[in-house]
Ligand binder design. Structure first.
Ligand code: GLN
Length: 451
């Protein structure tokens, strides 16, 4: 049924870069056979899922939305892919994304944009716009995203779906193509809080193949999602997460959500987190710095594209020609920015200062979580904007992640879930819930209470 739905709508939506029809049907039949033979089934047996094209899949193309990996077939599965298969999930295919997960609209994909199913002329968010669009268009009931500065939560917000960035280290990064390794985190996307929790439990957990993976039990997210409540909880509202640049209808729906929580027995606490204002600036030094280092491996020798290898050119020339042709503008912009910020003479002034700001933001969160159990905010300052509107204005595009970035810098957990439609444009608004590191279950407890 989901393959038929993809056939009917994906020409318009363009959520998928690759539909693995044969693989999906084979997996579904294997689940049926297991059931008939009375074998034990995985916890998500037979449930279809759309996988962001940043996770390696053995034998299935993995492009990361880039021309530089066009035609590359990974010889191995990411840990997350393995866990999905072990849970008997049916992987439908790979979803569209901004190239190397750099963007907030999916317009930076080398394979063309994705439409927002609520209004196809608008962006589905990014970088994981393919995954969020697949959910909102009913092409898949579950999806996977990755969140470096908001790429799970912002697409969820603008498509009226649920997305969770687990605590950093909660889900293995092995086989997830690296953008900014100290910020990148894979996580679940779904249409309901409980669905997200069921997927969270399957993909989370310690992985010896990822040295930053947390070696501790997975927080009890499913139990929390089944027992939603905010009664007696202290819920923080941060002064810095509103003001200029926030759409009136977004703030209206957010304020209503806060009142709903108060009505359900939560105590609302005002918080001042002054360093949050510096989050965007610090992020746009740290993320490009790590990207300039991570993307050095795309040298035309190891993977995918190779341009100009006609027997007359040096290895350096082939590398340069391939990177020139294979990377898009935003990726080049960040490699240049990051290389500059890390260069000797500038390192302390730029990268070093950004790391200090990161510490201040972490301390703001620590102080806040002495007073509250969770923090809430709008997920993103505006609803989905028209495709093309911010494409030539990187600064305007970066503002989409104003409320999501501090969480990545501090490494704690956050969720976006729908909280109504903005009156001015009828587009979905996202409510963000933020919890301390390793307290991911609180997101689900609060999310299930207000969804
Ligand atoms: N929009 C942010 C960026 O462009 C975040 C992307 C992400 O979370 N992968 O870097």
């Amino acid at each position: 049924a989901h393959l038929a739905r993809i056939d009917a709508v994906d020409e318009k939506v363009h959520a998928f870069l690759h539909v693995d029809r044969a693989g999906a049907l084979a997996q579904a039949r294997a689940v049926d056979a297991k059931r008939e033979n009375g074998e034990k089934l995985g916890p998500l047996a037979g449930v279809p899922l759309a996988l962001k094209d940043i996770f390696t899949t053995e034998g299935i193309p993995t492009t990361v939305g880039s021309k530089i990996l066009e035609g590359w077939i990974p010889p191995y599965d990411a840990t997350l892919t393995k866990k999905l298969k072990a849970a008997d999930v049916v992987i439908l295919g790979k979803t569209n994304m901004d190239e190397f997960a750099m963007g907030s609209s999916t317009e930076n994909s080398a394979y063309g944009p994705t439409g927002n199913p609520w209004d196809l002329t608008k962006i589905p968010g990014g970088s994981g716009g393919g995954s969020s669009a697949a959910l909102a268009s009913f092409e898949a009931p579950l999806a996977i995203g990755t969140d470096t500065g908001g790429s799970i939560r912002q697409p969820a917000a603008v498509t009226g779906t649920v997305g969770v960035k687990p605590t950093y280290g909660g889900v293995s990064r092995y086989g997830m193509v690296a953008f900014s390794s100290s910020l990148d985190q894979g996580g679940p996307c779904a249409r309901t809080v409980l669905d997200a929790a069921l997927l969270h439990e399957v993909i989370a957990g310690h992985d010896p193949l990822d040295s930053t993976s947390i070696d501790a039990p997975v927080p009890p997210v499913v139990e929390a999602a089944r027992n939603g409540s905010v009664a007696g909880m202290r819920v923080g509202v941060v002064k810095q997460f509103r003001g200029e640049g926030y759409q009136a209808g977004v703030l209206q729906r957010f304020d209503e959500s806060v009142e709903l929580m108060r009505g359900l027995g939560a105590e609302i606490v005002e918080l001042d987190c002054p360093s949050f204002d510096l989050g965007l600036s610090a992020y746009y030094l740290i993320a490009p710095s790590e990207c300039s280092s991570n993307l050095a491996r795309f040298d035309a020798m190891r993977y995918g594209l190779r341009v100009g290898d006609d027997g007359t050119k040096s290895a350096e020339e082939v590398t340069a020609l391939t990177r020139e042709a294979g990377f898009g503008d935003e990726v080049k912009r960040r490699i240049i920015l990051g290389t500059y910020a890390l260069s000797s003479g500038y390192y302390d002034a730029y990268y070093g200062s950004a790391q200090k700001v990161r510490t201040l933001i972490t301390q703001d969160f620590e102080k806040a979580f002495e007073k509250v159990d969770v923090i809430v905010s709008p997920t993103t300052p505006t609803t989905a904007f028209p495709i093309g509107e911010r494409a030539d204005d990187p600064m305007a595009m970066y503002l989409a992640d104003l409320c999501t970035i501090p969480t990545n810098l501090a490494g704690n957990a956050a969720m976006s879930l729908p909280c109504g439609l903005a009156p001015e444009d009828g587009m979905p608004v996202g409510l963000q819930i933020i919890a301390p590191a390793m307290k991911d279950d609180r997101l689900y407890k609060v999310g299930a209470a207000v969804e």
